[in-house]
Design a protein around this ligand. Structure first.
Ligand code: PLP
Length: 463
């Protein structure tokens, strides 16, 4: 694969995937990563849909160093710090009115855990302790810690830990490409009403959803009226709506929040009760996530019997991580990168859609979809019937490996078609990618698809 890979047997660090040797990245600049053998990779998925302003921006490093020199760490139970204050002030200029109380953590999973705990505590403090059930969607992903995993429909992550997971009620996610196999109730939002009816409204704490699908449904957009219906149902039943914008937030889809793409019948914005943010908040420069809650929710907690949110972590509101995220957000603002993600996203989608039209490997492409700098290519065994490949063939993984050999980094996802089968790759480059680099990305993906198709055809019984 590369000239200089230290075998895993000689390393003292271990990574999640233990069945492969990993190249060592020694430099990252713009949309490119460089390994210690001098090989260049185009980071077409921003790591895990994280890098949004590109790698190696000197002013972010400078802001982090300055903060580390001024105040490296204080604990949030004893002190506030200016970086956290300023970042929260900034976010309050982006969120809907009234949703402006930010709590900072490190990972997306932690923000989801804390958001769901906040929802539960809010109901308990208001005298409705029976509200404990969380409703989430399948496919859907909200993280890997146990509560976040409980709310995630990822069978291959869940199976081993099933005895430890809490009971989260799953409803079908809207999935337009596979609408024939998804109920119409899933597409309209009526599935939520039905689930609430079965469980009993007074038992439900929160509904959590990714406003636009992340890797789970591969950048799927629900029908236009979906979130208006969700908001109306949640309001009627006193259920809190948590918009998980960990992957989509901070501009990825061409608006600051993905939920901004949807409006109610009168053209008004859909306002969630709690928003979670992560990846694009920090752009990869420091681990930082946030939950942003309605002020009225935090007011209830403040007046409640516990004296605050019952979720503490040593590194919450970390000054250096907050300074990094603030510098990233200011960079996005100054360079108008959200608008850039929207405009250049159109070129990205045009180029990716052409992959389905011609070239060796086009026959693998069932669908190309997404918005802004978030795209997915869904791979199928039969384009007419949308039949997925059998999981054993590991088609998405094979494509990602072929692409990496060509110096193109993609993100695979599997299992979305029926819980087991289904292959797609995510394309989510930094918003700073140039038009020429978009063309380079698309051509490299076309060649990788051709490589993957050639290998597939060489395998007997592969389709
Ligand atoms: N929520 C969504 C929508 C995500 O896409 C992810 C990660 O991919 C998470 C939560 C969990 O974030 P993390 O991996 O930082 O814990």
């Amino acid at each position: 694969m590369t000239g200089s890979v230290r075998p895993s047997s000689a390393r003292h660090v271990f990574y999640r995937k233990l069945d492969r040797e990993l190249p060592t990245i020694v430099r990252a600049e713009g949309v490119y990563l460089y390994d210690d053998a001098g090989r260049r990779y185009l980071d077409a998925c921003g790591g895990a849909m994280v890098a949004c302003i590109g790698h190696g921006v000197p002013e972010i490093a400078a802001a982090m160093a300055e903060q580390a020199r001024a105040v490296d760490y204080v604990n949030g139970t004893a002190f506030t710090n200016l970086a956290a204050e300023r970042l929260a002030d900034f976010l309050a200029t982006k969120t809907p009115a009234g949703v402006d109380r930010a709590y900072f953590l490190c990972s997306g999973s932690e923000a989801v855990e804390a958001a769901l705990k906040l929802a539960r505590q809010y109901h308990v403090e208001r005298g409705e302790p029976e509200r404990r059930v969380i409703i989430a969607r399948s496919p859907g992903y909200h993280g890997n810690t146990l509560l976040a995993l409980s709310a995630s429909a990822r069978d291959h992550y869940r199976a081993l830990y099933a005895p430890w997971l809490v009971d989260v009620r799953m409803i079908a996610a809207p999935y337009p490409y596979r609408s024939e196999s998804v109920s119409s109730a899933a597409m309209t939002g009526d599935a939520l009403e039905a689930a609430i009816g079965e469980i009993g409204p007074k038992n439900i704490a929160a509904f959590i959803a990714e406003p636009i699908g992340g890797s789970s449904t591969g950048a799927s957009l629900p029908p236009p009226g979906y979130y208006a219906r969700i908001r109306e149902i949640c309001d009627r039943h006193g259920v809190l709506f948590v918009a998980d914008e960990i992957l989509t937030g901070a501009g990825r889809t061409g608006t600051y929040f993905a939920l901004e793409h949807f409006r109610d019948a009168r053209g008004a914005a859909i306002v969630p009760d709690i928003i979670t943010l992560g990846k694009g908040l920090n752009g990869g420069y420091a681990p930082l996530s946030a939950l942003i809650a309605r002020r009225s929710i935090v007011d209830v907690i403040a007046a409640g019997r516990y004296g605050g949110l019952m979720h503490a972590q040593t590194y919450s509101h970390h000054p250096v991580a907050c300074a990094a995220a603030l510098a990233v957000q200011q960079y996005i603002e100054r360079h108008e990168l959200v608008a850039r993600a929207r405009v250049l996203g159109e070129r990205l989608h045009l180029r990716l859609r052409s992959l389905a039209a011609d070239g060796d490997g086009a026959e693998l492409v069932g669908d190309v979809r997404g918005i802004g700098m978030l795209a997915a290519v869904e791979l199928v065994a039969d384009r007419a019937t949308k039949r997925p490949f059998q999981r054993e063939l590991k088609v998405a993984e094979a494509l990602v490996m072929r692409a990496q050999e060509r110096g193109l980094i993609l993100w695979p996802n599997v299992g979305h078609a029926d819980g087991r089968n289904g292959d797609l790759v995510m394309v989510a480059p930094p918003f700073t990618i140039s038009p020429e680099q978009i063309d380079e990305l698309a051509e490299s993906l076309r060649s990788s698809l051709a490589d993957a198709a050639a290998r597939m055809h060489a395998r007997p019984g592969s389709r």
